[in-house]
Design a binder for this molecule. Structure first.
Ligand SMILES: *Cc1c(COP(=O)(O)O)cnc(C)c1O
Length: 410
């Protein structure tokens, strides 16, 4: 067990040690990481840092004490709502991340079902196989049955099968825009029709797509309707700390109306500390995550996001073209920043391991086994290096097989 030192140490010492400790971490600053980190460039990083520290000590829990944060939150949420075609009267909140947003949306849907649809007893949630495990976590916390439905051959939500999985105890239908494993946007319009027909709550998980898809569409890509434009969509999750390029610890959870949003908020006065109203899972909410989000969004504006995301889709197209030439097969037709690709002959886990040895830290899928990249603007500068390393890794792999998912890091 690590013990606290008797005496404190100089900050300059600690700082050096901390930087040194990072030397074994994934090399994301060189562009060799395509998971966990979004590298939008030095300019955005500088804004994130300074804006975060300006409000680092303030607390989003106290809107009366910090009207500045409340105003920044309202403006950030407003920007999210308007980008995602929310109608007048729509409402939202900044949360600590996608998992928080999803958990709170599930809570709202459950409380809505109890209050307005007479749900009593067990509840269930119907989602495609490709939906994020945050739904399982939320379901586990609230004792809700999670019903995962296999995806179709297009790797998208199988809406007929999902319809069959619903019943009178279904509190939520889920679609992803896009799903994390495949990077593909589910059949949101068809899910919206189903939600309308069965009077179900449809949540669109746009955690990884909400702050890129609108701009990619503005840049000319034919992105299908996936947001509040689809009438059945009651709530959405969209992460600021992913393609919003904001500091970590920031997502938005958005609702079609204030009436629906109200079911999310927790209001408690049964303790000696006075009434406490908390919209999200957190109590204390870091002011810096809110202020950094506000600053980055205003720093980039629509023009800035269109430019940064243009670099992402350019990198993705170059990857698609390059890997296809090497005999890989891209899963579906990705339109945003995630691309996954499989190989008919080579064992992709062995290729992954070889890439890892060359300093690449990326991701994988299991069904089908595929290499997976979540691209940042910076990646368009290193696509050629990636493809050259991939070609070498593929050649080195030969007919070798790497057993098990874990073997990839050896
Ligand atoms: C990242 C992600 C989440 C979870 O978000 P966290 O911020 O990691 O909690 C949920 N859904 C999708 C599609 C995601 O990509």
């Amino acid at each position: 067990m690590h013990k606290m030192p008797e005496k404190g140490r100089a900050w300059s010492d600690l700082r050096d040690e901390m930087i040194d400790r990072g030397s074994g971490d994934a090399k994301w600053r060189d562009g060799k990481t395509a998971v966990y980190v979004f590298n939008a460039g030095e300019d955005v990083a500088a804004v994130q840092k300074e804006a975060y520290t300006l409000y680092m000590s303030e607390n989003g829990l106290g809107p009366l004490a910090f009207p500045s944060l409340k105003q920044m939150e309202e403006e950030v949420v407003g920007m999210g709502l308007s980008l995602l075609h929310a109608p007048e009267g729509a409402h939202g909140t900044i949360t600590s991340g996608g998992t928080d947003s999803i958990t709170m949306a599930v809570k709202a849907a459950r409380d809505f079902a109890r209050a307005e649809r007479g749900l009593d007893g067990p509840a269930n949630l119907v989602a495609p196989f490709s939906a994020h495990p945050a739904f399982d976590k939320a379901a586990a916390l609230m004792d809700i049955e999670m019903r995962r439905v296999p995806v179709g051959t297009d790797l998208l939500s199988d809406v007929d099968a999902m319809a069959e999985a619903t019943d009178e105890r279904t509190i939520m239908l889920v679609g992803s825009a896009p799903s994390f494993p495949y990077g593909l946007i589910d059949h949101i319009e068809a899910l919206g029709d189903l939600a309308g027909k069965r009077n179900l709550w449809l949540h669109v998980d746009a955690c990884v797509g909400g702050y890129i898809a609108p701009f990619v569409r503005m840049n000319g890509a034919p992105i299908p309707p996936f947001d509040f434009e689809v009438v059945g969509v009651q709530s959405m999750s969209a992460d600021l700390h992913k393609y919003g390029y904001c500091a970590k610890g920031a997502s938005t959870v958005l609702f079609r109306s204030e009436d629906l949003h109200r079911y999310m908020v927790f209001d408690c006065s049964d303790w000696p500390g006075g009434r406490m109203i908390t919209p999200t899972l957190a109590g204390t909410r870091p002011g810096g995550a809110i202020s950094a989000a506000w600053a980055v969004m205003n720093f980039l504006g629509i023009e800035g996001y269109r430019h940064k995301h243009g670099l992402v889709t350019k990198a993705r197209s170059a990857v698609e073209e390059g890997v296809s030439k090497l005999g890989f097969e891209v899963l579906g037709e990705p339109q945003l920043g995630i691309v996954a690709f499989t190989h008919k002959e080579a064992d992709v886990y062995t290729v992954y391991r070889n890439m890892y040895r060359k300093g690449w830290f990326t991701s994988l899928t299991t069904d089908p086994p595929a290499l997976h990249l979540m691209l940042s603007p910076f990646h368009h500068e290193v696509v050629d290096v990636y493809l050259a390393d991939l070609q070498a890794s593929l050649a080195e792999a030969g007919s070798e097989k790497t057993e098990g998912f874990e073997a990839r890091y050896s």
